[in-house]
Ligand binder design. Structure first.
Ligand code: GLY
Length: 383
C-alpha cells in the first residue's frame, strides 16, 4: 500500500515545477478557468462589473490564495506568501461591496484569511476571517435551523434554500469558535449540519443538492436537482461536499453521527464508482451524454483520504485505496503538467445542464493539490 507514496512524491514534484511558471505568469490575478490557449482568466479584473457571479465575489476566489499557501508550505518560497496576501487584500474589498456577499464566504476566506492566520499568526487576517464568520453566522435561519444559500435570484425566492456545499463553508464557523472561545459560531454550524443530516441524506447514503424550507415556519418543503441531473439523482461533487464536509464537522466537534454520516455517503460513492475510476457529473446520469467531472473526483478523493484516518467501520483501507485510484486515474488521463498552460486538472463540469463541459476549474486544481499534499504529509489542514 505504501508504494503510493513514491508516486505521490513524484506528482508533487511535477506540480511544484508547473506552478512555478503558472504563479509567475498569473501574478496579480485571481483565476477561475482557462481560455482556449490554456491561460487563466482574472476574476479580480476591476474593469468587469462586480456581482455575485462575477468579479471579486465569485465563490471560488479563495482557492488561488489556498494554492499559494500550499505551495509556500511545500517550497518555503516567500514569493508564494506575497501572492497569497495579494489575493486576500483583494477579497477584503468584498466587505465594502457587501451587497450580494453570500454563503460561500467559507470557501473564500478559509484558504486565504484563516490559512494565513494559522500559518503566520497574522492579526489582520484573523480579523478578516472573523468578519467573514459573522457574515456567515448572520445567514442562519432560526426557524428551519439552516444557513441560507445564495441571495435573491431573478424570479426565484431563495430565502428558504440550503445546499449541501455549505458543509464546507461552516468550517469557518468552527474555526471562529476555536479561535475566540465563543461557542455561538459552532452552535450555528452544528444546527445547520444536523438539519442537513436529517433532510439531505437519503437512506441509501446519497445526498440531495438543494433543500427548500419555509423561511417563516421552518417546515421542509422539497428538494431541487441544482447542479445534478434530477431531484432523485446524486450530483457527484455534492456527494464529495457531503462526505468530506461531514468528516470535517466530526473532526471539529467529535460528534459521532457526523462521522457515521460521512461514512454512509462514502459507502454510497464506493458502490457507484466504476472500475475505471472515471467520475461522472452525476452518479445517476443517463448513458448519454457521458459528462465527466474531474473536480468532483478531486473532492471525493480528498474526503476519502481524510475519512480513512478516522473511520471506525473497518473501511479505512478501501477508502484510501479508492482515493488513490481516483487520483492516479486523473494523473494519467486528464492532468496537464506542461509549463506552457495554466491548469492541471482537465475535464471538469460545473453542472449537468451547463452548456460548457470539459473545462478547467481552479478548485479542481486546489483539491487535487490538497489531496497530494495529504498523501505526502505536506502542509497543514486548510479546513
Ligand atoms: N459550490 C458550488 C459547486 O460545487 O459548483
Amino acid at each position: 500500500m505504501t508504494e503510493y507514496r513514491s508516486w505521490a512524491e513524484n506528482v508533487k514534484t511535477r506540480i511544484i515545477k508547473k506552478m512555478e511558471y503558472v504563479s509567475r505568469r498569473n501574478e496579480g490575478k485571481i483565476p477561475y478557468t482557462t481560455n482556449a490557449e490554456g491561460i487563466y482568466d482574472d476574476k479580480s479584473d476591476e474593469s468587469v462589473e462586480f456581482s455575485a457571479d462575477n468579479g471579486l465575489k465569485w465563490w471560488t476566489n479563495g482557492f488561488w490564495g489556498g494554492i499559494m499557501w500550499m505551495l509556500y508550505q511545500a517550497t518555503n518560497e516567500e514569493r508564494y506568501i506575497t501572492n497569497a496576501k495579494d489575493c486576500l487584500n483583494k477579497l477584503n474589498k468584498t466587505f465594502d461591496i457587501f451587497e450580494g456577499l453570500h454563503h460561500d464566504v467559507g470557501f473564500m476566506f478559509m484558504p486565504t484569511a484563516v490559512a494565513e492566520c494559522r500559518i503566520t499568526g497574522d492579526e489582520r487576517s484573523r480579523t478578516i476571517a472573523l468578519h467573514a464568520a459573522n457574515i456567515l453566522a448572520g445567514r442562519f435561519n432560526i426557524n428551519g435551523r439552516y444557513i441560507r444559500a445564495w441571495n435573491d435570484l431573478p424570479d426565484v425566492d431563495t430565502r428558504g434554500w440550503a445546499i449541501i456545499d455549505c458543509m464546507f463553508n461552516i468550517t469557518l464557523l468552527y474555526w471562529a469558535s476555536e479561535e475566540t472561545g465563543d461557542p455561538r459560531y459552532r452552535e450555528i454550524a452544528m444546527a445547520h449540519a444536523d438539519t442537513v443530516m436529517k433532510y439531505f441524506i437519503r437512506d441509501n447514503g446519497s445526498s440531495i443538492h438543494i433543500g427548500e424550507f419555509n423561511p417563516d415556519t421552518g417546515e421542509y418543503i422539497r428538494n431541487y436537482a441544482g447542479q445534478g441531473y434530477s431531484i432523485q439523482s446524486a450530483w457527484t461533487r455534492g456527494q464529495g461536499w457531503a462526505l468530506y464536509g461531514f468528516c470535517l464537522s466530526y473532526l471539529h466537534t467529535g460528534k459521532k453521527e457526523y462521522l457515521e454520516t460521512a461514512c454512509h455517503v462514502a459507502d454510497y460513492c464506493l458502490e457507484q464508482i466504476s472500475d475505471n475510476y472515471v467520475i461522472p457529473i452525476d452518479f445517476m446520469q443517463p448513458d448519454m451524454p457521458q459528462v465527466e467531472d474531474s473536480c468532483g473526483a478531486c473532492v471525493i478523493a480528498g474526503g476519502l483520504i481524510e475519512l480513512s484516518k478516522v473511520a471506525e467501520n473497518g473501511h479505512s483501507d478501501i477508502y484510501l485505496e479508492t482515493a488513490i485510484n481516483i487520483l492516479k486515474t486523473l494523473d494519467k488521463r486528464v492532468n496537464d503538467y506542461s509549463t506552457s498552460t495554466d491548469a492541471i486538472v482537465n475535464r471538469c463540469s460545473a453542472a449537468y445542464y451547463s452548456k460548457d463541459h470539459d473545462m478547467t476549474m481552479n478548485y479542481a486544481d486546489y483539491y487535487f493539490i490538497e489531496a497530494i499534499w495529504k498523501l505526502t504529509d505536506t502542509g497543514t489542514n486548510m479546513w
